[in-house]
Design a protein around this ligand. Sequence first.
Ligand code: NAP
Ligand code: ZN
Length: 334
Amino acid sequence: MQIHAYAAPSKSAPLTPYTYDVGEIGSHEVEIDITHCGICHSDLHLLNNDWGISSYPFVPGHEVIGTVASAGGAVRNVTIGARVGIGWQAGSCKECEWCEGKFENICSTAQPTCVGRPGGFANKIRVDSRFAFSVPDGLDSAEAAPLMCAGATMFTPLRDHDVTKGSRVGIVGLGGLGHIGVQFAHAMGALVTVFSSSPAKEKEARAFGANEFVNMRNSVDFDAAAGSQDLILSTASADLPWIGLMNALRPKGTLVLLGVPEGEFHVPVFPIIAAFKNVAGSNTGGTARIAEMLEFSAKHKIRPKIEKYPMPKVNDALERLGRGEVRYRVVLEA
Ligand code: NAP
Ligand code: ZN
């Protein structure tokens, strides 16, 4: 069987049509007819080999929605014809303590959907069925695509850090991840502050549920936010004013690193010690969290704001993402 995809033949090259063969379906695998695939900034990092882990031809795509076209004999969690979503992860060992606890995203053999294997900019994809999630009826397929990576990535730290009514949550960067994070935190009852480098986004930030908007390029604004946040989720793909963000935490507050800027993270040690502050990381979500996130999204009517592109126009969409123009996620239609 052949799968028709779009691949970059080499680092940073435009994507071109690319066909590859797949053999017999594995007993635990499902094959999905793709209808939609979001474009995450991680796809762009991988295209440019920013993390040194890319191989070419590179087929990006890890925010997939589609229907189950076929399933191996041991698959129990989904049926043929079901609407499913696939995110960053397509496999893991199934045996370690993390897999057993449904934290498969921490498994040392976690297999990303589009690293070392072809992703979702294609008409079909095959994955381990544990990573194909039923999409609740209330969600539109195109709008559900960004939930599969961006949604999982924002929902996980909000839950892991016990955000609840009245929690003070800062979201840094109003992009694909950030605009969904604002909606989740607002729906959990948090008081949400957006920290942005784009003052023109203030109106939309408030429409997504933000109570406050801090222009990080305005030092008076930024200084006024000192000591205000219990939890700050940093989604920006660029280097940030880390010291100012650490200052924006309340005592015992936590800065969670989600976005992947180049370079290193430097902050002074003493203020962290003095005010019992924390710095944490988080990557996507385990299977239990992703299933919970999809149910939460349907219940609270979380709606990613998307721009739709036909899949053959993928290069236009990638350029727009690279220029920081997307509001707020591109979704490719197959
Ligand atoms: P995106 O849609 O491009 O949004 C990134 C946002 O970062 C922008 O909208 C912008 O927000 C802010 N930003 C960009 N350049 C900036 C600059 N020079 N200074 C300050 N802020 C800047 O990207 P995304 O898809 O949300 O992904 C964001 C990052 O998260 C990427 O690095 C991606 O690889 C990473 N990621 C991590 C995980 C994980 O599991 N940890 C999962 C998915 C993605 P403002 O205009 O509001 O400043
Ligand atoms: Zn992603």
